[in-house]
Design a protein around this ligand. Structure first.
Ligand SMILES: Cc1cc2nc3c(=O)[nH]c(=O)nc-3n(C[C@H](O)[C@H](O)[C@H](O)COP(=O)(O)OP(=O)(O)OC[C@H]3O[C@@H](n4cnc5c(N)ncnc54)[C@H](O)[C@@H]3O)c2cc1C
Length: 394
């Protein structure tokens, strides 16, 4: 067993083994652009406008941001990306990158797309998981109305039934194809509704193993307690808890809304509280692997380091089938591929789909990245180190 060195995530040779010299230079150029807040802000406004007036900006996106952050437009293209990941020891987590639409026909189309992806994943052992959003199955406002405890009209009752049927169809396909289904966590003002739907599906489909997973956002101060309660419910109900652990993507939006409404913010006051809860959640899951399948979905070197040290200290098999690490495709390669090299189950969250439909996802990613300036600096530093290392070897 390879020992865990404290500098393990600095090993750029392993981290970027899947990239050619040209790809490294391109990634460096891309991260320098993304690291520039003003440029990203201008770029996203211009791209948003160009999309609205149907300017053909897809080819430009395709050769820049898309290729770096996405698996491909079709499953055939994704196969190449998946094979590349596999070569470096990582699995793929597919995500149909098309964002929020609000019409019934779009929800039905999303289901079709999800089922196609599950069937593709079922035939490809290197795809472990499909990530889905319940807001792809029904209207956001409907979920909010349910959470607010307001009475639904009879038309809305029917709408809700259709959401459940759609979710159920996707779960059945996940069971049939033996592929994990990770349900994304979203805004706190619809999350209770999403949680109830997901809990129901977990109780039904996770009898022998975890197929359906819920996501726990630990930037919320109430989620560690919720994780404890979910674990107890799974034990009592005789099913396995599927838990994807994240910090959370909507911090500013959550805080702004709470301020506007004069409510207490659902988010921890500071990052220290988030980190403490995140690491405690990892430990809780590692201590209950008989009842939990866990995905440690974080780009934090500290949290990943703590998790792997704990796994070794607790004498848990590094390849334990109930543990999976994950980072976003195109970021955190130093974590993913070094974890794989150490023998842990590592994976990449891999969005795919037509370029023009995935552009909103990419714009969000770029904007989110500007708020994670430390991480951009880290990506740039690692890419530069590897470029220099390769030059020195020539
Ligand atoms: C595979 C995968 C799946 C994901 N699925 C989801 C999902 O379903 N739902 C979702 O919301 N997100 C999801 N994410 C996104 C994830 O939440 C962000 O990538 C994550 O928040 C970044 O945190 P980190 O753990 O990588 O590490 P870090 O870089 O250590 O943490 C940054 C995060 O900490 C929190 N934070 C930072 N500063 C403060 C502060 N002052 N006070 C309080 N909190 C603070 C924020 O959440 C911020 O994003 C997913 C990420 C991955 C890799």
């Amino acid at each position: 067993m390879i020992p865990i060195d404290k500098d393990i995530f600095e090993n750029t040779e392993v981290a970027f083994a899947h990239k050619t010299d040209t790809e490294l230079q391109k990634a460096k150029w891309l991260f320098s652009l993304i690291g520039n807040n003003k440029l990203v802000s201008l770029g996203t406004s211009v791209a948003g406008f160009a999309l609205k007036i149907h300017l053909p900006i897809s080819p430009l996106f395709r050769v820049t941001v898309y290729d770096h952050f996405c698996g491909g437009e079709t499953f055939e293209e994704c196969k190449k990306t998946i094979a590349k990941l596999k070569k470096s020891g990582a699995y793929a987590m597919l995500n149909y990158g098309v964002e929020l639409k609000e019409r019934e026909e779009d929800f039905d189309k999303t289901i079709e797309k999800n089922i196609e992806a599950l069937e593709f994943a079922g035939k490809n052992k290197d795809v472990k998981v499909l990530c889905i959003k319940i807001t792809g199955f029904g209207r956001f406002d409907l979920f909010e109305k349910i959470q607010d405890g307001k009475k639904l009209t009879s038309a809305e009752e029917e709408e809700l039934k259709r959401v459940v049927v759609r979710f159920e169809k996707v779960c059945e396909s996940a069971v049939k194809n033996d592929v994990g289904l990770y349900v994304d966590a979203e805004e706190s003002w619809i999350q209770d509704t999403l949680d109830s739907l997901t809990e129901e599906m977990m109780a039904k489909h996770n009898k022998k193993k975890a197929i359906v997973y819920n996501t726990f956002q630990h930037y919320r101060w109430d989620r560690l307690d919720y994780l404890h309660r979910q674990l107890a419910a799974a034990k009592k109900g005789g099913y396995i808890l599927g838990a994807k652990l994240v910090r959370g993507a909507y911090m500013e939006k959550e805080r702004d809304r709470a301020t506007q409404k004069g409510d207490k913010s659902p988010i921890h006051d500071d990052k220290t509280g988030v980190d403490k809860d995140y690491d405690a959640a990892v430990e809780l899951c590692l201590d209950h692997l008989d009842h939990v399948y866990v995905c440690i979905a974080s780009q934090s070197e500290e949290s990943n380091m703590k998790a792997i040290k704990e796994i070794d200290a607790k004498k848990i098999d590094r390849k334990h089938p109930h543990i999976l690490f994950s980072q976003l495709y195109g970021m955190g390669d130093n974590i993913t591929f070094n974890l794989a090299w150490l023998g842990f189950n590592a994976s990449k969250y891999l969005p795919y789909g037509p370029v023009k439909d995935v552009i909103p996802y990419l714009m969000r990613r770029a904007q989110e990245n500007t708020s994670v300036s430390g991480q951009m600096g880290r990506e740039l530093r690692l890419l530069t180190t590897e470029i220099r290392r390769r030059k020195a070897c020539k």
